[in-house]
Design a binder for this molecule. Structure first.
Ligand SMILES: Cc1cc2nc3c(=O)[nH]c(=O)nc-3n(C[C@H](O)[C@H](O)[C@H](O)COP(=O)(O)O)c2cc1C
Length: 361
């Protein structure tokens, strides 16, 4: 099938599945299906939700300078992440508690990701079995996200198993040194992390003593690339890379941790400049449109991740819903690239951004 043919089928699938075409409508439908406390757990952020809101508006504030007359008959949105091919530069962020959104939880997410050749990051903690997810057929890469527990051997064992299970990278999340103060959850008395039928409190079980010195140790245990998630500063990103990280995710955890933290769209440029090509840089938080993805790539990200919209798709239609969300993004990315006059992700560069946005601060 030609690239153009693939695009037409994305649109056709939307019409065929009857899923809402637009994310606010999908969220409304998911909300109607879900226990209100679980909806709040997904949708909410920390404290006044300043960072939650700012994540999305920061992408919308950036302005593009599209090129014209570039023959965009064929637009190829595929790319590579850590050397592995993916159908598009948008992957699925790790999220806990997916089994509360659909019966098969992360298995459905993995199926939806596989159907669209999208990178899927399996959240190890509180989200199901990494081994079962690894068995879902599909050719796109999957990564495993971990937190480091005080019981380091438990984390080390999961990391050591990840390569033989077929995961392409380990993603270590470093921004949960205290659980963010999520008011909606407090009001709902939400017990956020349940594993093996019990409730585990991240404040109790996560190791809060991690430093850059530990990165090399984990990289060695994993034997596969290590991606550090939850970095917002150039100096931290450079220190992670010096310590052996292969990738950095610029993330504020979807505004769920430190309220008042910088929006990721605003943090990305400095991190890209500090990493200076020595590792891949990704970004998540508030990505809701194809044009947001083009902006992220123009600022130097290799790829982006999306969180909540995938949960909405999962809650509305399981694997099919995840597939619909990812196809919708692919469709929008293709259209935004064509309208920017670029035929491949390699042609996306800083010149697509309004002049004042091109240089690091
Ligand atoms: C319901 C939910 C659960 C999450 N669980 C995790 C997790 O277990 N580990 C992690 O690293 N990030 C987790 N995150 C953060 C996401 O990986 C990601 O950083 C964020 O959702 C991206 O922002 P977006 O939802 O605006 O796209 C979670 C986010 C949500 C919404």
């Amino acid at each position: 099938m030609t690239e153009q043919g693939a695009t037409v089928s994305h649109r056709a699938l939307h019409r065929y599945t009857g899923l809402p075409v637009d994310l606010p409508d999908l969220e409304a439908q998911a909300r109607a299906n879900l226990d209100p406390a679980f909806y709040d757990y997904i949708a909410g952020g920390a404290e006044d939700e300043l960072t939650l809101v700012d994540n999305e508006t920061a992408w919308s504030r950036l302005r593009l300078l599209p090129r014209v007359l570039r023959d965009v008959t064929h637009v190829d949105i595929s790319t590579r992440v850590l050397g592995a091919r993916v159908a598009s530069p948008i992957g699925i962020a790790p999220m806990a508690m997916q089994h509360r959104a659909s019966k098969d939880g992360p298995l459905d997410t993995a199926r939806g990701a596989a159907a669209t050749d999208s990178l899927f990051v399996m959240g190890l903690f509180g989200a199901g079995s990494a081994a079962e997810v690894a068995e879902v057929p599909g050719s796109a890469p999957r990564w495993l996200q971990v937190y480091i527990l005080k019981d380091r051997e438990r984390s080390a064992a999961a990391i050591a198993r990840s390569a033989e299970q077929g995961y392409g990278a380990v993603m270590l999340t470093v921004d949960v040194v205290r659980q963010g103060n999520r008011r909606r959850d407090a009001r709902n008395r939400w017990a956020f992390l349940q594993s093996d039928g019990g409730i585990e409190d991240p404040n109790e079980i996560f190791d809060h003593a991690l430093t850059f010195d530990d990165i090399a140790w984990f990289r060695e245990r994993a034997g596969i690339p290590l991606v550090i998630k939850g970095v917002l500063r150039g100096d931290d990103a450079a220190a992670c890379v010096d310590a052996g990280a292969d990738g950095i995710v610029v993330s504020n955890h979807g505004g769920r941790q430190l309220d008042g933290a910088i929006a990721t769209a605003d943090a990305l440029r400095d991190v890209v400049a500090a990493v200076d090509g020595r590792a891949e840089v990704y970004v998540d938080g508030g990505i809701r449109h194809g044009q947001h993805v083009v902006k992220a790539l123009a600022l130097g990200a290799r790829a982006v991740f999306v969180g909540r919209p995938v949960m909405w798709g999962l809650a509305v239609a399981g694997a099919h819903g995840v597939e619909g969300v990812m196809r919708g993004f692919c469709d929008e990315i293709e259209r935004a690239m064509a309208l920017c006059g670029v035929r491949s992700v390699d042609e996306i560069d800083a010149s697509l951004l309004a002049a004042d946005l091109r240089e690091p601060r």
